[in-house]
Design a protein around this ligand. Structure first.
Ligand code: HEM
Length: 173
C-alpha cells in the first residue's frame, strides 16, 4: 500500500521535470527572496577581515619558503599526491584484515606505516582546511607529533612484541 502511494507521489512529481517553467518560477521566487534577505553592503563590510575566506595570491611565509611550496617549485604534483593517498587507503582494505591472520615484523611494519601515513595525511588535510588559518603553527605541531608517533611505533615493533601481536593480546584480555 505504501509502495503504491510512493509511486503515485512520483507520478505527481513528474510534471515538475516535464515543465521547466515551474523551475523558472522557482528561480524568480528564489531571486526575490535572495533580494529580501540579502546582506546589505553595510553589514557585509562589518565582517572582520580575519574571518573572510582567503583567495590568494598568498605571501609565502617561512614554512612555505622552507618547503618550497607555492613558488612553482613543488616537489610533487597535487594530483600525484592525491593518487598515492588513495592507493594507500585502498591497500589498507587488504592490510587491516590481513593482520587478523598473519602476524610478524613485515605485517607489523605495513600496518603501522599505512595507518600512520593515512592518519597523518588525513589530519594534515583537516589542519590545512580548517585550523591553519586560525592557528598557523598547527602544521609544525602536527609534524612533530607524527615524527614522535613514527619513532615510538618503530621502537615498539623492533623492541617489543609488535603492533599485530599487541592487538591480539589486548583482544584476548
Ligand atoms: C581500511 C581502512 C580505511 C580506508 C579504506 C580509509 C579511506 C579513507 C579515504 C578514502 C579518505 C579520504 C576521504 C576524502 O578525502 O573525502 C579518508 C580520510 C581520512 N581517514 Fe581514512 N580510511 C581507513 C582507515 C582509517 C584509519 C584507521 C584512520 C585513523 C588513523 C583514518 C583516518 C582518516 C582521517 C583523519 C581522514 C581525513 C578525514 C577528513 O578529511 O575529513 N582512516 N580515509
Amino acid at each position: 500500500m505504501s509502495a503504491l502511494s510512493l509511486l503515485r507521489a512520483c507520478r505527481g512529481a513528474r510534471h515538475l521535470i516535464a515543465r521547466p517553467s515551474i523551475f523558472n518560477q522557482t528561480l524568480i521566487k528564489t531571486d526575490v527572496s535572495a533580494k529580501m534577505f540579502s546582506v546589505t553592503p553595510a553589514v557585509a563590510m562589518q565582517t572582520p577581515e580575519y574571518f573572510k575566506a582567503r583567495r590568494g595570491p598568498f605571501t609565502p611565509d617561512l614554512f612555505h619558503i622552507l618547503t618550497a611550496e607555492k613558488q612553482g617549485d613543488h616537489k610533487m604534483m597535487a594530483s600525484t599526491h592525491w593518487k598515492i593517498e588513495r592507493i594507500l587507503a585502498v591497500s589498507m582494505l587488504g592490510i587491516l584484515p590481513a593482520c587478523l591472520f598473519v602476524q610478524g615484523p613485515v605485517v607489523d611494519f605495513a600496518l603501522s606505516m599505512s595507518v600512520l601515513m593515512h592518519g597523518f595525511w588525513g589530519v594534515d588535510g583537516v589542519c590545512t582546511d580548517y585550523i591553519e588559518k586560525f592557528f598557523p603553527p598547527i602544521h609544525f605541531i602536527w609534524y612533530c607529533v607524527t615524527i614522535a608517533a613514527i619513532a615510538s611505533i618503530l621502537y615498539f615493533n623492533y623492541n617489543d612484541v609488535g603492533v599485530t601481536k599487541a592487538i591480539s593480546m589486548i583482544w584476548k584480555l
